[in-house]
Each structure stands twice: as C-alpha cells, then as structure tokens.
Design a protein around this ligand. Structure first.
Ligand SMILES: NC(=O)c1ccc[n+]([C@@H]2O[C@H](COP(=O)([O-])OP(=O)(O)OC[C@H]3O[C@@H](n4cnc5c(N)ncnc54)[C@H](OP(=O)(O)O)[C@@H]3O)[C@@H](O)[C@H]2O)c1
Length: 363
C-alpha cells in the first residue's frame, strides 16, 4: 500500500465513527481515481489520480510548457521523495521535458512505475549519508520533497527533516550539484510548537547557508490532502464536517499537482535561484466556503461544526487537529496571478478539484 500522507489519511478515517457509508471505501475510491472514472474520465495514473479530471491544469500543463531554458538537454536531476505524491509528479514532469531523472528510492517503496516512465533508481535513504553521496554523483539539480510525516520510526523529524537533510545538502555540495529546489511549507517557522513545522524552517536556513544555489518552494495547505480529509471525505459519504474554530479564515488552498508544476519550472529557470516562492491556489477560501462548494455540487446542505482550539476534532488525530488549529489562528491569502504567469503554471481552483471528485449523476 502506498505510504505517506494518503495512506495515513485512510488509516485516520478508518478510525472515525461509522459514517453513513463506509468512509474508507470512499476514500480509497477517491484516491484510486474511481470517482474520476465514474465521470467517464480516465485518471492519469495511480500516483496522480486527480490529474485526469483536471487535464490542462497544474503539473500536467507544465510538463509540456516552455519556460526558462525549457529544454531538458539531458541534464541529470535527482528527485528525493519521488515515491511520494508531489515528488512523483515532479519526476514525471521532468522526464516529460527531456531531463534525465534519477530517483532516490528505498527497498519496499513503489518505484517501479517511475522506472517504467524512464527514471533511473539510486537505492538510498536520507538516514544513510553514504547512499546520498552516491546518489548525488553527476547530478546538476537536486529536487527534494521528502518528509517523515505519516511514517514511523526510524523516520522521524530528527532523522529525516533535520539530520537527513543536513546530510543531503552536504552530499550535494561535495558532488558539485549546481541548484537545489527544496519543498518547504508556507508556515515554516523556527518558533512553531510543532516540531515538523519548526524543522522545515531550520532546513530552509541550512540550505541558504550551504553555499549551494537554492530555490525554496513554500506552498500553502494542499487541497488534495487537507480538504480531502476535512471536507471531501465526510461530504461525499453523507457525514458532517468538523474543523477547529469558526471555519471562516481564508487560505489559498493549492493542489499538489500545481506545486509540482512550479518545481518543474524552477529546475529550468535561473530566475528561480535565490528565491522563496510562496505558492497558493488561484483564490483564498474558508473551510466554510469549501463546504459550500461541495454542498452546491451535491445539491444538499452539509452540516458543519467547529470545536474550540485545543479540543479534539472528532475522527482526527491530534497532529491533524493541531494543524487545523493553525488554520484557524491566521489567514493566508496569496496573490498568485503574477507568480503563476511568470512560471507558466495554470492553478487549479477548489471548485475544479471538487468537481473531479463528485460523480456526474449526483450533481
Ligand atoms: N500536504 C500539505 O498540505 C503540504 C503543505 C505545504 C507543503 N507540503 C510539502 O509538500 C511536500 C510533498 O509532500 P508529499 O505529499 O509528496 O509527501 P509524501 O507523499 O508523504 O512523500 C514523502 C516522500 O518522502 C520519502 N521519504 C520519507 N522518509 C525518507 C527517508 N528516510 N529517505 C528517503 N526518502 C524518504 C518517501 O519515500 P518512501 O516512499 O520510501 O517512504 C516519499 O517518497 C513535503 O515537503 C511537504 O512538507 C505539503
């Protein structure tokens, strides 16, 4: 079974109280692209189930787009995190632009489809510095999305986000890598009480101090992860939506495919070097707005409830409740028009994404 956020969410939802319909079945259907198939549209691939329904947007669009020097020109790009959701899209996007792509993979991870798509594998682990040195040999650009979240020890914030990334940047510098594209998060902050969020900021600073040319991608909250967990899953199964607070804070929810598109564009664009790119979707919406989008597509009113910050959110583990608390504590409204135009990325709206999940017959 795929590891990472998505399988983590499936496990989380399995622990929810029984909903009107078996939620894990629904979630797995969403993730396997079956909802898209129900609409008569083919899902692009297993790793990127929504792309088929969102053809013309995001990473799919960037793969064929000319930006920066645009040509792959056979340069070797190492992707760390390619067996994950965003990293897989990046690897495919880079292959689509004619780059040579090497993926750092661990035994037991599902990397076969990446090799079939044309990537070469370097066996390794962020916890194994020697493997990183080997993987970086001959590499011009390193793109990394790897995270420990959703995995178990020995993959932890300490071993992956902190020690692992330090080893990776050291290996990249020793190997003469020219450019590193690191996927952080918008809210990264060394003062955060959430260790993962603080570690992201530490790693950003380490990269800036490393002497390597860098680009930091700082995406807002992913719609295809968090809005799936909080709104789409319950809404599509006939349940109520639960969040922290009023649900009236605005955020520029972004699709992971669009973040991948920025990464692909940044690899080919010298103008991306030395910049932290804050990446959001095309509009800022509240959770209440998102509930409204699903309500209008499903033709019914969806009940929503907010718990007090610090209280448990029904069906969600403390980590997710904490992140929802962060969403309730502030707003993140990112004007994206100029940045999207500069990097040639067509951003996916929440409504487009929601439509890709709601079968035609129910609209
Ligand atoms: N979700 C959001 O709302 C959000 C918001 C802002 C930023 N982001 C960022 O977006 C990025 C992409 O996330 P994603 O959804 O693509 O994550 P994901 O699907 O969970 O993928 C994580 C990847 O990291 C790899 N990895 C984990 N531990 C490793 C280790 N010790 N050595 C080597 N590889 C290791 C995994 O490999 P295996 O398959 O071998 O485990 C997998 O390829 C992350 O940096 C995340 O912080 C996400």
């Amino acid at each position: 079974m795929e590891r990472g956020y998505r399988s983590y969410l499936v496990r989380v939802w399995r622990r929810r109280p029984p909903p009107a319909a078996p939620i894990h079945v629904l979630v797995e259907e969403i993730q396997s692209g079956r909802q898209a198939e129900l609409r008569g549209r083919a899902a692009a691939d297993v790793a990127a189930p929504v792309e088929g329904a969102l053809a013309g947007t995001g990473a799919g669009a960037a793969a064929g787009r000319v930006h920066g020097d645009a040509g792959g020109g056979g340069r070797m790009i190492l992707v760390v995190g390619a067996t994950g959701s965003v990293g897989g899209r990046i690897a495919r996007g880079l292959l689509g632009r004619g780059h040579q792509v090497r993926v750092l993979v661990r035994p037991g991870s599902a990397y076969g489809p990446l090799l079939e798509a044309g990537a070469e594998a370097a066996q390794g682990d962020l916890r194994d510095p020697a493997s990183l040195a080997a993987a970086c040999r001959g590499v011009e650009t390193l793109v990394t999305t790897a995270i420990s979240l959703g995995r178990a020890a020995p993959d932890t914030v300490e071993t992956v986000e902190l020690d692992g990334y330090r080893s990776l940047f050291e290996a990249a510098r020793s190997a003469g890598v020219r450019h590193v594209v690191y996927t952080s998060m918008l809210e990264a902050d060394t003062r955060s009480p959430v260790p993962f969020v603080a570690a992201k900021a530490v790693t950003e600073q380490r990269l800036r101090d490393s002497g390597l040319a860098w680009t930091i991608l700082a995406p807002d909250v992913f719609m295809d992860v968090w809005l799936t967990a909080v709104v789409a899953g319950p809404a599509l199964s006939g349940g109520d939506v639960w969040y922290v607070g009023s649900g009236r804070r605005r955020h520029s929810f972004v699709h992971g495919a669009d973040v991948a598109a920025f990464a692909v564009a940044a690899v080919d664009d010298p103008a991306a070097i030395g910049r932290r790119l804050a990446i959001g979707g095309p509009e800022a919406l509240t959770l209440h707005d998102v509930v409204g989008v699903f309500g209008s597509l499903l033709g019914r009113t969806i009940a929503e409830h907010g718990v007090q910050p610090g209280e448990p959110v029904p069906g969600l583990p403390p980590l997710m409740a904490g992140m929802l608390g962060m969403l309730d504590a502030s707003e993140s409204v990112l004007p994206m028009e100029e940045l999207a135009a500069e990097f040639g990325v067509r951003l996916t709206s929440v409504r487009e994404w929601a439509q890709s999940l709601v079968p035609v017959g129910t609209r």
